[in-house]
Design a protein around this ligand. Structure first.
Ligand code: UD1
Ligand code: UDP
Length: 372
């Protein structure tokens, strides 16, 4: 029996790891232990409840206004005892959060093999996104198994000199999660409020966007909404107080936008699926919206998810107010422009990534995922 430990701590990791845990738990050859850092508390618990996963260990590290120092040092200190007790054969970490980085580093110090889920995403700009680009590159140095979602992410790893036999193209597990969430007959009071208007879906949280860039983003969004009475926006706001402050300053009193508390992933996917357009700096939402053919304006200077750019569904608009304003307005007013971005496609997976990862960990035969 192989002992696998899954370590994660934020909402997006949980959304992408929970379906994997459910799959791993079905496998006879694997014993699964779940350790959450709770880098996010409420937003993590929301996802754990949805997937009905009860962690074996909860490091409970989240603090109000936590710094990168706080997160990294608490995880390193607390995870050590868990690893010493459980002695896992492989520890799975996900993506590019500080939880993933600190957990991989703890494993490295104890010479425990690491499996990196969502490996090989890159911008090659260490400050963008910050600190995620560093985190994923650092995990990449440590990882024994690299579960790359796409052939592009595999190619990044190969170029960096990773051995081909450590890289497995699986698709992204978020597409697996979506198989459980999107429903034709879905309803919600917020969607009733939107009615026949065009639904604009908004999220924002990136560390490098806090402060001035976020002011620009929200000002542009407000201006466009106020000029377009046929649109209504829903914005489930991140719990970071630094985000909430800017949103309050820039968006309060705009009756065409509803700022609501973070919604369950089930709701989020269904809101996205019914959206006309999404404006976000999120990573996960860039992967989800293309499946629904919902165009995404990515309010960042770089993306590690070029597959969606190639497919035409994503467009990078940075954080400059004029650029966001002009592009957002163009997509509302120019039908052809909108149509050119609204093709449904699945560049990130086929919904079977978790099975592939479980097969690999069990030492079974594995067929890589190839897009298209
Ligand atoms: C973290 C990840 C980022 C990921 C994002 C997903 C790092 C460095 N950042 O950024 O990669 O894209 O999660 O959302 O790993 N808070 C709560 N309750 C919660 C969650 C957050 O109150 O459930 C508040 C706390 O005050 C916390 C702050 O938000 O201090 C920031 O959380 P943190 O995890 O440090 O940063 P994120 O921007 O969420
Ligand atoms: N999400 C959610 N509720 C919300 C907002 C987002 O469940 O109120 C989901 C969304 O569907 C996606 C993930 O959270 O799967 C993205 O998380 P986030 O934007 O916080 O992090 P990132 O992907 O940028 O790391």
């Amino acid at each position: 029996m192989k002992n696998i430990m899954c370590v994660f701590g934020t909402r997006p990791e949980a959304i992408k790891v929970c379906p994997l845990i459910l799959e791993l738990k079905k496998r006879e050859g694997l014993h699964v232990t779940v350790c959450v850092t709770a880098q996010h508390r409420q937003m993590l618990d929301q996802v754990l409840d949805t997937f009905q996963i009860v962690p074996d260990y909860d490091l409970n590290i989240m603090q109000e206004r936590q710094t990168l120092f706080d997160i990294t040092q608490s995880i390193l200190t607390l995870l050590r005892g868990v690893l010493e007790k459980e002695k896992p054969d492989v520890v799975l970490v996900h993506g590019d959060t500080s939880t993933a980085f600190a957990a991989a580093l703890a494993c490295f110090y104890m010479q425990i093999p690491v499996g990196h889920v969502e490996a090989g995403l890159r911008t090659y700009d260490i400050y963008s996104p910050f600190p995620e680009e560093f985190n994923r590159e650092a995990v990449g140095i440590i990882a024994r198994y690299n579960f790359a979602p796409t052939t592009r992410s595999r190619d990044n790893l190969l170029r960096e000199g990773k051995k081909a036999e450590t890289i497995f193209v699986t698709g992204n597990t978020v597409i697996d999660a979506m198989r459980h969430t999107v429903r034709e007959d879905y309803t919600h009071p917020e969607l009733d409020w939107v009615g026949d208007s065009k639904l604009i879906f908004i999220t924002a949280h990136r560390r490098e966007n806090l402060g001035e860039p976020m002011h620009h983003m929200f000002r542009a969004i407000r201006r466009v909404l106020e000029e377009h009475p046929d649109c209504k926006a829903i914005y489930p706001i991140h719990m970071n107080p630094a985000v909430r402050r800017v949103a309050e300053e820039e968006l309060a009193g705009c009756d065409r936008i509803h700022i609501i508390e973070p919604i369950e992933v089930f709701d989020c996917h269904n809101f996205e699926a019914r959206s006309y357009l999404c404006l976000t700096d999120s990573g996960g939402i860039q992967e989800e919206c293309p499946s629904y053919g919902v165009p995404v304006l990515v309010m960042r200077d770089t993306t590690e998810r070029p597959e969606g750019l190639d497919a035409g569904t994503l467009r990078l608009v940075g954080t400059d107010e004029a650029r966001i304003y002009n592009t957002f307005k163009l997509l509302l007013e120019d039908r052809e422009e909108y149509k050119s971005m609204s093709n449904a496609c699945n560049p990130y997976g086929d919904g079977h990534a978790c099975e592939r990862i479980a097969d690999i960990l069990e030492g079974k035969e594995f067929t890589p995922w190839i897009a298209g």
